[in-house]
Design a protein around this ligand. Structure first.
Ligand code: CP
Length: 307
């Protein structure tokens, strides 16, 4: 039963509940017009204390395509947060007006805190370097559509594995399925946090290796998940400048990869995937954007109890 629930991190949903959401998303993809009124009369609030293009707009498009309405703000400066209002009071207020809330906030743990004060479901749309569960649902729906399975995959996670919340969420989510193996491709300074290797991979008996050079391992991968080095998470600009172009996926590197490998990226990208790769049929990151809207439609319909 998903109605009334919060989504703070991917593990809030069981494997069966994830299947339920993906199956609904797939039905919506086949016949979107059959779902155009299911949230009629319901209101989604999008509270974005941090910039976003895809997450906020795909949430809003999702609710509008379900026949519901949307309100909210795209930056903290246009809310009473600037007057010193607490997150708890903001959430108490917004949940009095709406049926469901999607919130992005730079503070880790903020979505969980919001859920404690909300009278309606809260969806975490990203809390600092912590979690971004609807990006994970997006990534998983893309993998399900393009590869047909979440199991038996060799998955390369490449780039900023230290601060990348999408990486942390996806690693945890795919570790729940059998026979997956991870290749962690990053500079030393941006390695995945120790808690992921110990509490997620080792705890689940998941095989993983670390590697600094993408070209050494790309030929083995079934899925390559590229990420941006995130300027906004660095304290020191010199470190950002030194590391920002550590990985650039281009046509030459793609020649080394399997014909069946797929390339995902949560976007936005900066330099880490050359535009010349966009036309390669294995580059699915713009399809992934669209899957993100459909999976959010399914999630909103389920959490609001509309379906
Ligand atoms: N993938 C993602 O979260 O993109 P935005 O930051 O544009 O929402």
């Amino acid at each position: 039963m998903l109605a009334g629930r919060n989504l703070i991190e991917p593990s809030n949903l069981s494997i069966e509940e994830l299947d339920e959401v993906f199956s609904l998303a797939e039905k919506i993809i086949v016949d979107p017009s059959a779902f155009m009124d299911v949230c009629k009369g319901k209101i989604l609030a999008t509270l974005f204390f941090e910039p976003s293009t895809r997450t906020r707009l795909s949430f809003e498009a999702a609710m509008l395509r379900l026949g519901g309405s949307v309100l909210g703000f795209a930056e903290a400066s246009s809310s009473s947060t600037t007057k010193g209002e607490s997150l708890a009071d903001t959430i108490r207020t917004v949940s009095s007006y709406t049926d469901i809330i999607a919130m992005r906030n730079p503070k880790e743990g903020s979505a969980l805190l919001a859920s404690k004060y909300s009278s309606v479901p809260v969806i975490n749309a990203g809390d600092g370097g912590h979690h971004h569960p609807t990006q994970t649902l997006t990534d998983m729906l893309t993998i399900r559509a393009e590869k047909g399975s979440f199991s038996g995959m060799k998955i390369g996670l490449c780039g900023d594995l230290k601060f990348g919340r999408t990486v942390h969420s996806l690693a945890k989510a795919l570790s729940r399925y059998p026979n997956n193996e991870f290749v962690l491709i990053s500079p030393q300074e941006l390695q995945i946090p120790e808690y992921i290797t110990s509490q997620v991979f080792r705890a689940a008996g998941i095989r993983f290796t670390t590697e600094e050079r993408l070209e050494n391992v790309i030929s083995d991968l079934d899925i390559l998940y590229m990420t941006r080095v995130q300027k906004e998470r660095f304290f020191n600009e010199q470190d950002y400048i030194r590391l920002k172009d550590s990985y650039i996926l281009d046509k030459e590197k793609m020649k080394l990869a399997k014909k069946t490998m797929i390339v995902l990226h949560p976007l936005p990208r900066v330099n880490e995937i050359a535009p010349e790769v966009d036309t390669d049929p294995r580059a699915v990151y713009f399809k992934q954007v669209k899957y993100g809207m459909f999976v959010r439609m399914a999630l909103i319909a389920k959490l609001t109890g509309a379906l």
